[in-house]
Design a protein around this ligand. Sequence first.
Ligand code: SF4
Length: 314
Amino acid sequence: MKTIKITPRGYCHGVVNAINTITNLDHLSMKFPVYILGMVIHNKQMVNSLENLGYITLHDPTKTRLELLDLIDSGTVIFTAHGVSPDVYKKAKLKGLEIIDTTCDDVFKSQDVIKNYLEKEYDVIYIGKHSHPESEAAKGISDKIHIIENINNLETLNIENKKIVITNQTTMSIYDVFNISEKAKLVYPNIEFINEICDATRIRQEAISNIPSEVDHVYVVGDKLSNNSRKLVQVASEQSNVSSSLIESITDIDIKELSNYSCVAVSSGASTPTKVTSEVIKFLELFDKNDKSTHDITSKLTIKNLLTKKALPK
Ligand code: SF4
């Protein structure tokens, strides 16, 4: 099968930093047990690999980061690349936990933008997903932050402050953010717009916006919980006008569907392990609809060969 590998794809610098920080911790000087507050990155395979090494992931979509902290009484807590609110930081300190903070530089930068505008007494409209930890961290900075997920949510706001800025979660669609900010300018003529889509998200979305016309389908390899992966699927469909789907690994590939295509393209989210994407690419390249021996979608990857690092001492 002709398979076009879209570049850039896969891990961003924020994810690489988070994983390297965690897997290179000095075990001799640490407090145990070691908890990760939320999924380290939105990828179940990586979470399972870290669990296998002894890291305890606290993940419950019904609980905020602040509530998850109630489950920890001692040891070390790791904050993920998505960042945390000032209250989470304070509470962890008060509990006497050792803190390892892997918040991405780009998330810190977007939080600084918000804080600067709050100091100047602005209200902040923040385009992000309500349930996403990065939005939760931003929202926790002040009650002057108004989260909206889409253009319709603008109508639910009633901000009287004349000083307003609109900004966004780093992993939203560049096209959605532009459209929402344009609409916001009509509703609030004085509004200022600070685009905080990170470079990693932007260049991956731009790459998937220009798919060659010979491509029948785009596979985005990524976890269903990964916002940037889901946005890549959306951007491919909307901007390149080609069908696109999110797959977590080769096991999600539908052989019947694939047999209808002559050329496919592959991208992956910023939190997708390279080995998972490489396995998908290799499978697609070898795929021949007339040769059944190339139709086996069993993954050879295990939690052990995904992250070959030293386990935490028991
Ligand atoms: S997607 Fe962007 S903001 Fe998020 S971790 Fe990667 S580089 Fe940082």
